[in-house]
Design a protein. Structure first.
Length: 406
């Protein structure tokens, strides 16, 4: 890590004023709402139905439209003001959460109704994500992108710790319906904060059909070889990392140390994520992709710890360092993409990046169980940990990735 010579980043207190400050506030409240929703919705459905199968239907209904509509969301975010997209999506999500809350509070739970509302919520998310990734370069100077993304990562990691805890307390004390009502209120507050962001002008579409924007976005995406290389790398890393961590981690650690042990691992990992987010506010990397890939290898350590030991304290220590590496990799990638891609194409490129990176996750989660049954959970975890380390370094074979500077 090295400070970039010749560039004086904007002080944090100044960065958090004005347009980026309002976005930071809205994004933090938005993240708090979404982190609460994940837990509150799951607990509320289980509380109301008592059936795990219902929860699976609701979660699938929420995820599928996000993947299906993500590219359309990217095209829309590049076509209209991203500020407008964020206001509309937060208001829409607030309405969905409010209706869910009313259904549950009035004891009128119905799987079809809740699944349809989750479907709408997932569709809305497909439009908000590309807008969130594309708007930051409109709000800060180029040399402040890493600092801005580090601040956003810090708030994200903080609410990841506090949000689920708050949701659990609300569900336990006043019920799942009221927890979702609190979520609805948070989305309204986020929308109010986003209204204070000045709207950047967008180039006129001149009646151009949406499909042409999608094709143009794909052309921009594939024309940047280093972006394609990094996206493929992320997809493979997700395939080897997400399923084993979410499935084998709880199985092995809980088997050794109980549910508290796995909860401790997740908490320690979150601390690592948060600490590195804070550190990244003060430090700038000269070659962000190269350094991000090197730090990203640490994400393989928790899987190695699960396979070689499985004891909660060993896995927690590895997860702490894995959290450090994951944070650096995420911040450097986001900042580099925002600096290198033209603003009028950024949301579309980001949506292709998201879609291709996420597609491997469901396959990973489905495959890891049968693989562990055939070859052993410890063996699969070790193999996946090694694969994460190797695949994280593979993009360094590209000269563009190695040498690209901020």
């Amino acid at each position: 890590m090295t400070d970039t010579a010749g560039v004086t980043p904007t002080p944090v207190k100044h960065l958090l004023r004005g347009r980026f400050g309002w976005f930071f506030a809205g994004r933090t409240v938005d993240l708090a709402g979404s982190s609460m929703t994940t837990v509150a919705l799951a607990l509320a459905v289980l509380q109301a139905s008592g059936r795990v199968a219902d929860l699976g239907v609701v979660l699938a209904a929420n995820m599928i439209p996000t993947l299906v509509l993500l590219l359309v969301g990217g095209a829309v975010a590049d076509r209209v003001r991203r500020r407008t997209v964020l206001i509309v999506t937060n208001l829409s999500t607030a309405v969905v959460m409010a209706v869910m809350a009313v259904v549950l509070i009035t004891d009128r739970y119905d799987l079809v109704v809740i699944a349809c509302l989750a479907l709408v919520s997932g569709a809305v998310s497909a439009f908000s994500q590309p807008a969130l990734r594309g708007i930051v370069p409109e709000l800060v100077e180029r040399h402040d992108l890493q600092r801005a993304n580090a601040l956003l990562a810090g708030s994200q990691n903080t609410v990841r710790i506090l949000g689920p805890m708050m949701a659990s307390v609300l569900v336990a004390t006043v019920g799942g319906g009221w927890a979702l009502a609190a979520d609805a209120a948070s989305y309204l507050l986020a929308a109010a904060a986003f209204t204070r962001i000045p709207g950047a002008s967008r180039p006129p579409s001149a009646g151009r059909p949406l499909w042409r924007d999608l094709v143009e976005g794909w052309s921009v995406f594939r024309s940047m070889r280093w972006v394609v290389v990094m996206t493929i790398s992320f997809a493979i890393v997700n395939a080897f990392n997400v399923g084993p961590w979410n499935v084998l981690g709880p199985q092995v650690v809980s088997g050794n140390d109980g549910a508290v042990g796995w909860g401790t691992v997740q908490t320690v990992r979150a601390v690592g994520l948060l600490l590195m987010s804070v550190a990244a506010v003060r430090i700038v990397l000269r070659r962000p992709l190269r350094d991000g890939r090197i730090w990203g290898t640490l994400a393989g350590l928790p899987l190695l710890a699960i396979g070689m030991s499985g004891d909660a304290w060993v896995v927690a220590a590895a997860a702490f360092f894995g959290g450090l590496g994951f944070t650096v990799a995420a911040i450097t990638w986001e900042s580099t993409l925002q600096a290198a891609v033209q603003e009028e194409s950024l949301s579309r490129v980001a949506s292709y990046d998201d879609l291709l990176s996420y597609l491997a996750i469901p396959l990973s989660q489905l495959a890891v169980g049968p693989l562990a049954a055939s070859y052993g959970a410890n063996e699969v975890s070790i193999a996946c940990g090694v694969a994460v380390i190797v695949v994280s370094l593979l993009p360094l074979l590209s000269r563009e990735v190695r040498n690209l500077r901020t």
